[in-house]
Ligand binder design. Structure first.
Ligand SMILES: [Mn+2]
Length: 426
């Protein structure tokens, strides 16, 4: 028989340790989040922490990011000796690198699954009992990581569509039957997943397209009604799936792109009683560094943006890691080749980190970039180069030095065609 009192988990995902916004590190924001999380785990008397993938931002995270995760686990272990921790790999993580840590974690109450175990006997690694400080098992959790093509039968990847969904469903069914065969009355069944579910609302910029993702969104019917809770990762906006209160994305704890600044980030507290899901509620993550977009929506004219820039407080004495992030969107009715330099000059020594300057061309009240084909007379050579830059798939805008170089070359070419020779630079 399971315990009758409340069993509580905290569900989070998509930490993306090692992430950068443009060139700026997020290390101090992650440190603030982890310190806050430890306090929440303690105050809320959480029995198990569940992290549903994308622990790191890349398969080869900087050493400082690995250090951050290891230090967090160590601190959680010493401050909260009864807390159990379950972590799985997401599409950003290296499954093999995470699995390399598992011998060190054996018997520690920290369950880390990078890649899907292949052998039949490996179900024990995937389906983990949670005791949460009591003598008896309170729940079984299927720690299924992000599924890569190599985790699925070859037919699933070649036939795609239904075969693929079937293969993924098979993995959850096997985990469920393992859990059911061990489960006693009053013990909850929890599944983890890192995937894109049908109907999920994504945030365009920071969720890398995944193979099992946008091409093959997975149906919520994948999860049998036997699961008392499904802890999902991958989408950075917190949401439940298909109207099911108990199948949800916790979302990321910090905004990972400027497209993610309009909603509060959160972790989820999930309560079970006698093995049944009873309630879930968010705990909002305080934002340690502000993210600002000028203007909130649409685009501003360049001169008001420049005057806003000049009015910012000086950065002197404020550590770089504490300075707000800023994205600027400017509407240009006419070419202003030095605009970015003007903005950089206006922001020199100001207490802000400029992430991006987005330029919208045209005069229309509608701030969306014009979709109609421009007339040849309206085409600016730099704009053509910028378009080519974007079409090549390079990230961000054409870098400033290239822009100036191009302007200089263009200028020079123009002079050599029409101007007198003595006007040329030496
Ligand atoms: Mn992610």
């Amino acid at each position: 028989m399971g315990d009758r009192s409340t069993f509580r988990i905290l569900h989070t995902s998509d930490w993306h340790l090692g992430h950068r916004l443009d060139v700026f590190e997020r290390e101090s924001e992650h440190a603030a989040f982890m310190a806050w999380l430890l306090a929440v785990l303690e105050a809320e008397r959480v029995h198990a922490l569940v992290v549903a993938g994308d622990l790191f931002d890349s398969a080869h995270p900087p050493a400082s990011a690995s250090h951050q995760l290891h230090a967090f686990l160590r601190q959680a272990r010493s401050r909260l000796p009864h807390l159990e921790i379950v972590l799985v790999a997401g599409n950003h993580d290296s499954a093999a690198r995470l699995d390399a840590l598992t011998p060190l974690l054996e018997g520690s109450g920290i369950h880390l699954v990078g890649g899907l175990p292949i052998g039949e006997g490996d179900q024990a690694r995937l389906v983990v009992p949670l005791r949460g400080g009591s003598d008896s098992v309170r729940a079984w959790i299927a720690a299924i990581p992000f599924l890569r093509p190599s985790d699925l039968p070859a037919s699933a990847t070649t036939e795609g569509g239904g075969a693929l969904v079937g293969a993924v469903a098979g993995i959850y069914e096997r985990a469920l039957s393992t859990a059911l065969s061990r489960r006693h009355l009053g013990q909850a069944l929890i599944a983890i997943g890192h995937a894109y579910m049908v109907g999920g609302e994504s945030s365009e910029l920071s969720e890398r397209r995944i193979w099992l993702g946008h091409e093959h969104a997975l149906p919520v019917s994948l999860f049998s009604a036997e699961w008392n809770y499904v802890a999902l990762g991958h989408l950075h906006r917190p949401q439940s799936v298909g109207g099911h209160e108990h199948i949800r994305y916790s979302g990321s704890p910090i905004p990972l792109s400027m497209a993610e600044i309009d909603y509060p980030h959160q972790v989820r507290i999930v309560d079970f009683e006698a093995g049944r899901f009873v309630a879930t509620r968010p705990v909002l993550v305080p934002r340690s560094v502000p993210l600002i977009r000028w203007p909130d929506r649409g685009a501003s004219d360049p001169d008001s943006v420049l005057s806003l820039c000049r009015d910012l407080p000086p950065g002197q004495g404020i550590p770089v890691a504490e300075r707000p992030f800023l994205e600027i969107c400017v509407q240009l009715a006419e070419p202003r080749p030095r605009l970015k330099e003007e903005i950089h000059e206006a922001l020199r020594d100001r207490a802000v980190r400029l992430v991006r300057v987005q330029i919208v061309h045209g005069t229309g009240a509608d701030s969306a970039p014009a979709l109609s084909t421009p007339r040849l007379a309206d085409v600016q050579p730099l704009h053509v180069l910028q378009e080519a830059w974007r079409e090549q798939g390079y990230e961000g805008d054409l870098p400033l030095p290239l822009q100036s170089l191009f302007a200089e070359l263009f200028d020079e070419a123009g002079r050599s065609l029409s101007g007198p020779a003595e006007d040329r630079h030496p």
